[in-house]
Write a protein that binds this ligand. Structure first.
Ligand code: NAP
Length: 436
């Protein structure tokens, strides 16, 4: 007898959970349900378009998708097409692996002005995510302010300042590539509310900023401490020492003839976004760091910019039928277990932290709960799910359908690029001969 499992979400945590269930040796049937026609979540829609090596993990996910016990159901939105209650009535176990796809608000005046975007929408836009295809940010500005000192902030900055040539081997969406190429952007400011030691970006990502063809990394040496001090793990100390060394190297690199600049601006907390209907400037307060915390100094300054991107982290959203911790933006769970038969993995479980591989232990943990606590054979699974979809008139996109979409994307790719993404669901469905 078989344990029937529905995994909601086809990003890394969903696929790692499926792989872990397969590896457990248990008799399982696994259905992966995804709201978009296309699988792989953040690998396709979040990982930067010029970081193709990170995207290679899709090959491993594909092996999982093609394993006999696994089936993929794309373009099925849980909460609209089927409810969580219906899934729970159909499957022995339901795993929520839906990520944390929404921007956390900055909570400062002026946030509603035209030209202010959260990184979820901005990254989604340049990555061809259908939800953000029509964002069309106005890049007709010389100055951009990015708030946050994490890897997402670095991604946004790098994509804005790399040349078209540097992006040749990327899958940057055409609409974004054209807008960026036309844009007169010269100065991108990355504001950290704390200092260089506290910045969250990892060293490989930081180093890349010193190797750009037409962009100079600007650092104020007065903001760089002599050494990394304070209590922290050896691992953290090593990372911070590397970052500090890299920032010091940036100070020594001559600007040369590069036309663009990324300014690493630390100790600067956003206070207000200024302008009429549209962003004209960002007002900030200088901070100092005391015991690791940013402390206000009462000294303010402004930077002119026509675009503000808040890359300050993400949040999940509640799903009917699952307890939600609104403060943390995650489903309430104990190590991936919500209650018997309902589980969570990835960012919706632990919040938006870690790299792609961090989701693997999440998958392992959930698979272990499922195998340990569920008697096989309780609920009908796939056949009943397909009957339910048919009754509701929902025609899912299958894995072979996705391969058709993918083949068309690869065939349409510009020389050197891995794919030219469809950025609209209607285009994908029409390729499959379906009404949009
Ligand atoms: P993150 O690493 O948590 O960075 C968020 C940044 O925003 C921090 O510098 C934080 O400062 C700042 N911040 C938060 N609230 C703020 C506020 N109200 N005002 C000003 N600044 C604020 O998040 P992320 O960059 O979104 O990345 C999410 C995860 O994905 C991370 O684990 C990241 O490493 C990972 N990721 C990895 C890669 C890669 O490996 N290449 C690429 C992209 C993302 P404080 O530190 O002071 O809170």
């Amino acid at each position: 007898m078989t344990i029937t499992v529905a995994i909601v979400g086809s990003g890394p945590s969903g696929f790692y959970t499926a792989a872990s269930l397969l590896e457990s040796g248990a008799d399982v049937q696994i259905d992966i349900i995804e709201r978009l026609p296309t699988p792989f979540g953040l690998i396709r829609g979040g990982v930067a378009p010029d970081h193709q090596t990170t995207k290679r993990v899709m090959k491993a996910y594909e092996r999982t998708a093609l394993a006999a016990p696994v089936r993929y159901y794309g373009n099925v939105l849980v909460g609209r097409d089927v409810s969580l209650a219906e899934l729970r009535a159909t499957y022995d176990a339901v795993v929520l692996a839906v990520g944390a796809p929404f921007d956390r608000p900055l909570g400062i005046p002026g946030e509603d002005k035209k030209g202010v975007y959260g990184s979820a929408s901005f990254v989604g836009w340049y990555n061809g995510h259908p939800d953000f295809r029509d964002l069309e940010p106005d890049l007709n500005t010389t100055g951009v302010a990015i708030i946050g000192n994490g890897n997402v902030a670095i991604d946004c900055a790098r994509v804005l300042v790399k040349t078209r040539k540097e992006m040749t081997t990327s899958d940057l969406s055409d609409h974004a590539a054209e807008a960026i190429e036309k844009s007169p952007i010269t100065d991108v400011y990355m504001f950290g509310r704390r200092g260089p030691i506290e910045a969250k970006f990892t060293n490989v990502e930081l180093r890349e900023m010193g190797e750009l063809e037409d962009c100079h990394a600007v650092v104020d040496p007065a903001q760089l401490p002599g050494a990394v001090t304070g209590e922290m793990s050896d691992r953290d100390r090593r990372l911070r020492e590397k970052n500090l060394a890299t920032l010091k190297e940036f100070v020594a690199i001559p600007a040369g003839a590069r036309k663009k600049r990324v300014h690493f601006a630390f100790y600067a907390k956003p206070i207000e976004i200024l302008g009429g209907g549209e962003v004209e400037a960002l007002r900030l307060e200088r901070t100092k760091v005391v015991d690791g915390r940013a402390v206000d100094t009462g000294e303010f300054f402004e930077v002119k910019c026509g675009l503000v991107i808040a890359a300050i982290g993400y949040t999940g959203e509640p799903l009917d039928g699952a307890p939600f911790d609104a403060k943390q933006g995650v489903v309430t769970n104990q190590e991936g277990r919500i209650e018997r038969g309902l589980y969570a993995a990835g960012w919706i479980r632990r919040g938006p932290t870690g790299v792609i591989g961090t989701n693997k232990p999440d998958g392992d943990m959930v698979a272990e709960h499922i195998v340990k606590e569920l008697a096989p054979g309780g609920k009908p699974g796939r056949a009943a799910f397909e009957a339910l979809l048919a009754k509701k008139g929902v025609a899912p996109v299958t894995y072979p359908d996705w391969k058709t979409i993918e083949a068309a994307e690869i065939a349409a790719a510009a020389p050197g690029a891995p794919r030219r993404k469809f950025a609209r669901v209607t285009e994908m469905l029409s390729l499959l001969g379906r009404p949009g």
